[in-house]
Design a protein. Structure first.
Length: 267
């Protein structure tokens, strides 16, 4: 009987010890996103869904491609939404960060904008072309220009790692000038052509319909939700993923973000 009594007391003690841990299940989330449509999608489509599930959600806006991942790795963010998986993997490897993508999400397509040309036929020899300077988006922009017949990249060059030095053919002698992505819209007054990632285009007041041409975005350039690798299987992460896959979020996309490239589950 003493043994049984001891086991019962021990069991009750374990139960009491476990109760606080259960009560401490994470309900406060801080999510970072770059200015414009990435931030607005989370604000309009994801935050309300999570709040209905009992979460308190704080949103943090960024204007560059570096700080969101550093903040995530350092713990001031629980998740971020701003990058494609290629950039995430390269940045994480370069910086030694343990970050993981958990779901693909919509992205405003990259576009070619100009105040001097109304179509590709108006491109002039020697035009200055500004494009993103971060490695993955620079390669993406060059591929975009190649798709539209403006340049050709050297054969055998990894299409995801190309730089302006890898251009083999440049029939219009375009002056390719990589700069900080957030600054690209400001170059419209003096550049002949500007390649702008969709989120920064919209954040600056540009409309997707104003682009000379829009990118046909492949899946590997869709945005992803990133979390610390240790958090990828936690309950709050699964609730975040479920919010992006919900009918409520799709309805917000249909109303406010038409024309965006979407993963298959949101078609």
């Amino acid at each position: 009987m003493k043994l049984i009594r001891s086991l019962v007391i021990a069991g009750l003690a374990l139960g009491l010890a476990a109760a606080p841990a259960f009560a401490q299940e994470k309900k406060n989330l801080t999510i970072g996103a770059t200015a414009g449509p990435n931030f607005d999608q989370v604000k309009l489509g994801i935050k309300p869904i999570l709040e209905k599930k009992g979460y308190t959600v704080k949103l943090v806006e960024f204007n560059d491609y570096v700080q969101p991942n550093l903040a995530l790795a350092q713990g001031s963010l629980d998740a971020n939404v701003f990058q494609h998986v290629i950039y995430l993997k390269k940045f994480s490897a370069d910086k030694g960060l343990n970050l993981t993508d958990v779901v693909k999400v919509p992205v405003a397509p990259m576009g070619l904008y100009s105040k001097k040309a109304k179509s590709l036929k108006d491109v002039k020899d020697g035009d200055r072309v500004t494009l993103p300077n971060d490695p993955s988006n620079l390669a993406r922009a060059l591929h975009f220009l190649e798709q539209n017949g403006l340049i050709k990249v050297k054969p055998g060059i990894d299409a995801l790692k190309a730089t302006e030095k890898d251009v083999a053919e440049n029939p219009h002698k375009l002056q390719l000038t990589p700069i900080e992505a957030a600054q690209l819209p400001r170059t419209l007054d003096d550049a002949g052509l500007v390649v702008v990632p969709g989120n920064f285009a919209i954040a600056s007041g540009l409309k997707l319909t104003e682009a000379i041409v829009l990118e046909k975005t492949p899946d590997h350039y869709l945005n992803v939700v990133a979390v610390k690798t240790d958090d990828q299987n936690k309950a709050w992460t699964q609730d975040l993923v479920a919010a992006f896959k919900s009918p409520e979020y799709k309805a917000v996309l249909d109303k406010h973000f038409q024309g965006y490239a979407r993963p298959a589950y949101l078609q």
